[in-house]
Design a protein around this ligand. Structure first.
Ligand code: THU
Length: 130
């Protein structure tokens, strides 16, 4: 699975976004060590705080499928002018399951950045990790 293939999977997932309020469709694609890819899109709600981001949907699908480790790479994509970076809440959410996953963030023209989670969230909350 190449970076580009994972980003394409994220863009494809963004097509399913439920974003009637912001109009901002986001897709995510989570690559596991065995090659499995879990996708997600943002799902908004009229009670705005109930909205869930694409990244958390993708991770939640993996967790609900019994996955606990082996998360290799996450691509996030939106048809936007700027790179679609994971929000702060998603960074913390992801840190629960992968301390240093590689995160690709793509924008509408297909260009993308690559960061490690430890770069995006240097000091996660991990009070229960000792
Ligand atoms: N959104 C994501 O899906 N992922 C992010 O990391 C940032 C924001 C969604 C939430 C909301 O539906 C829309 O983008 C606008 O904030």
């Amino acid at each position: 699975m190449t970076d580009r293939e994972l980003i394409n999977a994220a863009f494809a997932a963004s097509e399913n976004a439920w974003a009637p309020y912001s109009g901002f469709k986001v897709g995510a694609a989570l690559l596991c060590s065995d090659g499995t890819v879990y996708t997600g899109c943002n799902v908004e709600n009229a009670s705005f705080g109930a909205t869930i981001c694409a990244e958390r949907v993708a991770f939640s699908k993996a967790i609900s499928d019994g996955r606990r480790k082996g998360f290799v790479m996450l691509a996030v994509a939106a048809d936007s002018e700027t790179y679609c970076m994971p929000c702060g809440m998603c960074r913390q959410f992801i840190s629960e399951f992968s301390s240093d996953i590689e995160i690709l963030s793509a924008r509408g023209d297909g260009r993308y950045t690559s960061y490690r989670l430890s770069q995006l969230l240097p000091h996660p909350f991990e009070a229960y990790e000792g």
